[in-house]
Design a protein around this ligand. Structure first.
Ligand SMILES: [Zn+2]
Length: 260
C-alpha cells in the first residue's frame, strides 16, 4: 500500500503589527515593520480532517492587543471544516496563540508532547518571562482534558496516521513538536514556532521567546532533515506563507494557503 497524499492548508485568523526587533534575539539593527500573522493548519485526507493548533479567542486577543480577524471556527469553516466534529487536534505547544480554543473541539483528542505538559505545569512557570506566553486557563483546561481521557501524549517522534507524524523539537518551549505530512509534492513540515519566520531559520537568528536557544538552533537542522526541501518547511507566523503558496480559491487569497 502506498502512503496517502494529504492536502495541507494554512489558515490565517489573526494579525499583529510589530517591528523586527521584536522577532529576533538581540533585536535588529535595521529595525522596521515586521508584522506577525497567526495561523491554524488543516491536514485533509480522504477520510480525515486533522487540525493543527487551535489559535486564540476574542478575550485573549483583547487582553494581548492582537487583531482577531475571524474566530477560529469560522476560519476553519472557510475550508469546509466543522470544528465540533474534528476528531484529532495536534497541539504543537501550549502557548496562548496555539491552544486558546480547545473548547471549540468537543469531540477531539489532543496530541501533546510529555515535555510540554511538564513545562507548562512545572518549575519554570514560577518565572514571568517563561510563563508570559501561556494563559493559565488554557493549561488548566488541558489538564482537565487529560482527566477526561482526551489527551494522547507523545514522547519524541510518533506516527499518528500513515504519512502523518509529530516530532519533538523543543527550543521555543520545552516540548514544542512539529508535524510532518506526506503530500503529492513530498513531505511538508509544519514548523509552527520552531521557526516563526523564514528569516529565523534562514538567517540563523533565533526568536526572542525561547526556553533553550541551543535546542531552537538544533531544531532548524531537524526541520531540514524532515522536509523534502527548504520550500517544504512552513514557518508558524510568517505573512510570506500566504504569498509563497497559492490560495485554494480566489476569494480566499490572503487568508488561506494550500501548502501541498
Ligand atoms: Zn506562536
Amino acid at each position: 500500500m502506498s502512503t496517502p497524499a494529504y492536502e495541507v492548508y494554512a489558515i490565517k485568523y489573526a494579525h499583529h503589527e510589530r517591528t523586527a526587533s521584536q522577532n529576533f534575539l538581540g533585536g535588529d539593527p535595521h529595525d522596521g515593520p515586521m508584522p506577525m500573522d497567526y495561523f491554524v493548519w488543516l491536514v485533509r485526507g480522504a477520510r480525515v480532517d486533522l487540525v493543527v493548533d487551535t489559535g486564540f479567542n476574542a478575550a485573549a486577543a483583547a487582553r494581548r492587543q492582537r487583531q482577531l480577524l475571524r474566530p477560529v471556527d469560522a476560519a476553519l469553516a472557510l475550508v469546509g471544516v466543522d470544528a465540533a466534529k474534528v476528531r484529532d487536534v495536534i497541539v504543537t505547544h501550549l502557548h496562548y496563540d496555539h491552544v486558546g480554543n480547545f473548547d471549540l473541539f468537543p469531540q477531539a483528542t489532543f496530541h501533546l508532547q510529555d515535555l510540554e505538559m511538564q513545562f507548562a505545569t512545572g518549575r519554570f512557570m514560577c518565572h514571568e518571562p517563561m510563563r508570559h506566553a501561556f494563559d493559565v486557563e488554557n493549561v488548566v483546561g488541558m489538564v482537565r482534558n487529560v482527566y477526561a481521557g482526551r489527551v494522547q501524549f507523545h514522547a519524541g517522534d510518533a506516527q499518528l496516521l500513515p504519512g502523518i507524524s509529530v516530532h519533538l523539537i523543543g527550543g521555543h518551549t520545552m516540548g514544542l513538536q512539529v508535524v510532518r505530512v506526506a503530500t503529492r509534492r513530498g513531505h511538508v513540515v509544519l514548523a509552527s514556532d520552531a521557526s516563526h519566520y523564514y528569516a529565523n531559520m534562514g538567517e540563523a537568528r533565533p526568536f526572542p521567546i525561547v526556553y533553550n536557544v541551543g535546542d531552537m538552533i538544533e531544531g532548524w537542522g531537524k526541520l531540514r532533515l524532515l522536509a523534502d526541501s527548504p520550500a517544504h518547511i512552513v514557518p508558524g507566523h510568517d505573512p510570506l506563507v500566504l504569498e509563497r503558496y497559492p490560495a485554494p480559491r480566489e476569494e480566499l487569497a490572503g487568508i488561506v494557503a494550500r501548502l501541498d
